[in-house]
Design a protein around this ligand. Sequence first.
Ligand code: PDD
Length: 280
Amino acid sequence: RTVYVNGEYLPEDEAKVSIFDRGFLMADGVYEVTSVLDGKLIDFGGHLARLNRSLTALGMPDPLSEAEWLDVHRQLVDKNGITDGMVYLQVTRGNPGDRDFVYPPADTPQTVVLFTQSKPGMADIPQARTGLKVVTIDDIRWGRRDIKTVQLLYPSMAKMEAKARGADDAWLVQDGKVTEGTSNNAYIVKDGKIITRDLSHDILHGITRAAVLRFAREAQMQVEERSFTPDEAREADEAFVTSASTFVMPVVEIDGVPLGDGRPGRVAARLREVYLDEMR
Ligand code: PDD
């Protein structure tokens, strides 16, 4: 696989980053994941806009121009022959040459890394027809989940706990309300109404979420942006999650309680279809 690191395209085993990199020592970095379907980048503009917001929130400049970002993405898709899959990008505050809590001088070069992951047929994965089982777990992440940092230990732990409990993923709960999934935004459907948590520092402002809600409203579906409890979720007619890598994915069970007839719901199936139709 060919990867990109600080201006160079290299075989993956030749790409190197310093042990003093602040991304490595302090999780001082941000990332984006953009899907590729039939060789086409999905909602690239949305991901670039959020990258900018994440960088600004952490006081980091954007190391590449929009045209440069697009060029690196396209080159990697091309060099690696990606039909379906994704492009991962990460920007860190770079290598100060030592370990220090104080930020390095502003002219310290940032570290920019991109690589691709090939997932042939990712839009047609069988799980979209069977749905996910989720369990609810305490949300003890930090208070700025709207910044897409590489600080992913707790989401990773929550996912492992979900697997250990026989589920596919976790929905995180803070003050009695669902925030989001470990790596996706969470939705329930009740009496035809789509309910998902409103935007704040508590959740990542999903790029897929924005597109799906726009399509839902255009299709005259009712949308309510507000938080909901795990109890309300377990009593919902259906549920689903959204993310750049899974698009719209139905949830069929929450904490061992099947939703409706235990099969993917109609609203989730329709939104998945609309999203894929519109974005491809
Ligand atoms: N995860 N919430 C969290 C905590 C996430 O990590 C993600 C994305 C989302 C969905 O955002 P978007 O629709 O912009 O992908 C919500 C990515 C895909 C990942 O970490 O792989």
